[in-house]
Structures are given as structure tokens and as C-alpha cells.
Design a protein around this ligand. Structure first.
Ligand code: ZN
Length: 284
């Protein structure tokens, strides 16, 4: 059975997020290590990992996944922006290592019109610096994107290229269902894909199952292949439930955490109803 969970607020500390996840019926959780819209973080030695473990012990919530901040761009033309990104992801990998090393989900960034081939060496070099500096038991997870505004990794071939280039045991990736839908990756039965690219066929072809560590389960407000990244509550967006069900029930995914990043029916983020809907999709 997959672990069903959600991204929730870590206001007051990550142990509070564990309690909040438990309160909506989740089995696992995802957090930011600080504000996703700011670079500032408290000193890493002030992170209270013992409080997180105690909350996990009390609730059964496991794993605790981290999401890097939204400002990251490893492919930026601005060296200062790249350096800030490197420092921020190193911090998050230290944070992740303290909390058990389940992974830091990272948006790689945007080529800003320059194209993947132009920025891929720079991106790999920056990632190599991060992996060199970060603790080995922190796990770097690249997230597939919707492809809007030159965002890297809407094409899964880019993830394969980076994995091959870096050859790091603590490098993997995260599949986001909203981003895949927006990027024109069909999640239903490959036999029904028609002219559409099939996510399952692509992951098979690129041999990406074993490095896949986390699934973000989100519906999409925008149509297939729109390139737009706007998450919707499960059942309220444009991804057909049977396609999502087909993908989520793949045997390769049954040991992975499934994390919701949805607006919530009250507009306050993932809630008990989205958890219930995800359980139904994933488990029947
Ligand atoms: Zn996501």
C-alpha cells in the first residue's frame, strides 16, 4: 500500500506539520524548511529533529519529505541566483538528513528561453556542487515540471540525462501528476494513449522507475498539454479519475509516498476530503 499524505504548514516547527497531517488522516507529510518565498532560514542546528521524531512516534506519520523553496533556479543566467539556489538546496539537504533523508523535492528552474541544451551542463555542474557539499544521507529529488516559461524537466529525458551525468546514489526524482498532465503526458492505460505521449511508456523506456521516490498527486485546473501549472482538488480538475487511478495503481509505486499539494475545499490547503479521495483512487 502506498503511504497517503499531504503538504501542510510547518509553522511552529516541522513537528507541528506532523501533527497537522495526522489530524487530516494522512500517513505521511511534506514540509518546507522555512518560507518557500524567501531565502532566509534559521541556523540548521536550531532544527528540532527530536521533536519531529517524537511527533512521528506518537502519530505514525512517516516519511517526512521536504520541498525546496520556489525561488530556486539552477539554470539562471545570473550567477548570484545560481549561488543562492545552491546554498538553499544544501541547507534543505542538511534539513532532510536530520529528518531521516526521505528527500528534498526541487524545482530545477528555467532556461529562460535559452533552451535545455544550452543550460544542461551548467545545471549538472551546480547539482554536482550541491551533492558534494551536502550530507550523503540527504536525498535530492528533481521534480518534473509543467513546462511553462522554459521550466526544465517537463520532458523526462532531461531527468534521465541528469541522472546519467551525475551518477549519485542520493539523486532521484518526484513525479507530479498535475505537471505531467499539463506537459502532455497521458497517465491512463498506454494502450489508450493514441497520439498522446504515455507517462508509463516514457518511464519504462527511460528506465526511470527505480529512481522515482515520491509522487505528488494533484488534479489540474488546466487542460492536457496546456503547459500551465495550477493545482486543483482531486475530482475538481481536468485529469480523468480513471487515468489517475491507472497510474497510481502501478505496482512500481506501491511503496512510495503519495503527497497532495492541492488548494483544499476550504482554500486552506490539503484536507481530510482530499485524503479520502486519494485513498479511494489509490486503494479502491
Ligand atoms: Zn509538486
Amino acid at each position: 500500500m502506498p503511504r497517503i499524505g499531504a503538504h501542510v504548514s510547518a509553522a511552529g516547527g516541522a513537528h507541528k506539520a506532523v501533527e497537522r497531517a495526522h489530524a487530516i488522516g494522512a500517513d505521511c507529510v511534506q514540509v518546507f524548511s522555512g518560507s518557500p518565498r524567501g531565502w532566509k532560514r534559521k541556523p540548521i542546528d536550531q532544527v528540532d529533529a527530536a521533536a519531529v521524531f517524537a511527533a512521528q512516534q506518537a502519530t505514525g506519520i512517516n516519511p517526512v519529505v521536504t520541498h525546496a523553496l520556489y525561488l530556486t533556479n539552477l539554470a539562471s543566467e545570473n550567477p548570484e541566483q545560481v549561488q543562492k539556489t545552491i546554498d538553499a538546496i544544501v541547507y534543505d539537504l542538511e534539513f532532510d538528513a536530520l529528518l531521516g533523508g526521505s528527500g528534498v523535492v526541487v524545482h530545477l528552474g528555467s532556461h529562460q528561453g535559452r533552451g535545455w541544451e544550452t543550460v544542461r551542463d551548467q545545471t549538472a555542474d551546480a547539482m554536482a556542487q550541491i551533492l558534494e557539499r551536502a550530507p550523503r544521507n540527504g536525498t535530492f529529488l528533481m521534480e518534473n515540471s509543467a513546462g511553462q516559461q522554459g521550466k526544465l524537466s517537463s520532458n523526462l529525458e532531461e531527468l534521465r540525462w541528469l541522472l546519467d551525468r551525475l551518477q549519485a546514489p542520493n539523486l532521484g526524482w518526484c513525479f507530479d501528476t498535475c505537471h505531467a498532465h499539463a506537459a502532455g503526458l497521458y497517465m491512463g492505460d498506454p494502450a489508450d494513449a493514441g497520439a498522446r505521449r504515455s507517462a508509463i511508456t516514457e518511464i519504462d523506456r527511460l528506465q526511470l522507475w527505480d529512481t522515482l521516490k515520491v509522487i505528488h498527486v494533484n488534479d489540474s485546473r488546466d487542460p492536457f498539454d496546456s503547459g500551465r501549472d495550477r493545482h486543483a482538488n482531486l475530482g475538481e480538475g481536468q485529469i480523468p479519475a480513471e487515468d489517475l487511478r491507472c497510474f497510481l495503481r502501478r505496482p512500481e509505486l506501491q511503496k512510495l509516498p503519495f503527497i497532495l499539494e492541492v488548494p483544499g475545499f476550504a482554500g486552506e490547503g490539503p484536507d481530510a476530503e482530499n485524503i479520502r479521495r486519494l485513498r479511494e483512487l489509490a486503494e479502491g
